[in-house]
Design a protein around this ligand. Structure first.
Ligand code: AMP
Length: 219
């Protein structure tokens, strides 16, 4: 049996994880599992889960480990995840990383890609980021879609995420440094960590990731 291609894309908010995962999911035919998207969709749908997490997301704080772990565990039971998964925004704490190891067992994480981008650059990127509420396409505040408020992809409303407001950005980056950065050592010790310069064009970042995946004999 071919081993499952379980990949993690790690990096600060605004490092380009979502953009890369969209492309890589198509390339490797594995689902893009974004806990942030799942939680935002729950908030938008007004579900019980959404009501529980709405204020946490808005403040840029982390949702409880048990809750996200359960979401991911459930996602792994779906048919498409049997080929592998591309994890975006999970794990975000050591507790989540340990829970993930337990979920995947022997056929575990094959690679953790650290998209490295300076803090000043991600602050600039996040502050100017606008996003379609319907299809999640991202724009820059100077793009016509952001100015007109209409997505050219699907016609949905283009807005600024509330967690991209300055206070929330600050909280999210502090949370990243405190809770998520320790994962670099966690995956480094397991020889699973590769750092890619995220301050290049999106296609150059993709090419660098594809090269590493190939060199490691994973695809
Ligand atoms: P993201 O789009 O990945 O930046 O996630 C948006 C928000 O969802 C985060 O600021 C957290 O509030 C929440 N979230 C997403 N993934 C996780 C996670 N793995 N653990 C805890 N909270 C999460």
């Amino acid at each position: 049996m071919t081993p499952r291609l379980n990949l993690i894309v790690l990096g600060k908010q605004g490092a380009g994880k979502g953009t890369q995962c969209t492309v890589l999911a198509l390339k490797y035919n594995i689902p893009h599992v974004s806990t942030g998207d799942t939680l935002r969709n729950a908030v938008k749908a007004g579900s019980e889960l959404g009501r529980q997490v709405a204020s946490i997301l808005e403040a840029g704080e982390l949702v409880k480990d048990e809750l996200v772990n359960a979401l991911v565990r459930e996602r792994f039971t779906q048919a498409d995840a049997q080929r592998g998964v591309l994890l975006d925004g999970f794990p975000r704490t050591l507790n989540q990383a340990e829970a993930l190891e337990a979920m995947l067992g022997d056929d575990g994480i094959k690679l953790c890609i650290n998209l490295d981008v300076a803090k000043e650059l991600v602050i600039r990127r996040l502050s100017s980021r606008r996003v379609c509420q319907e299809c999640a396409t991202t724009y820059n505040d100077s793009d016509i879609e952001a100015i007109s408020g209409t997505c050219s992809n699907c016609g949905g409303d283009v807005i600024q995420r509330t967690d991209d407001y300055p206070d929330a950005i600050r909280t999210r980056l502090e949370t990243y440094e405190r809770d998520t950065e320790p994962l670099l050592a966690f995956y480094g010790e397991r020889d699973l960590l590769v750092t890619v310069n995220g301050d290049q064009s999106p296609s150059d970042v993709t090419a660098a990731i594809v090269k590493v995946v190939h060199e490691r004999g994973l695809a």
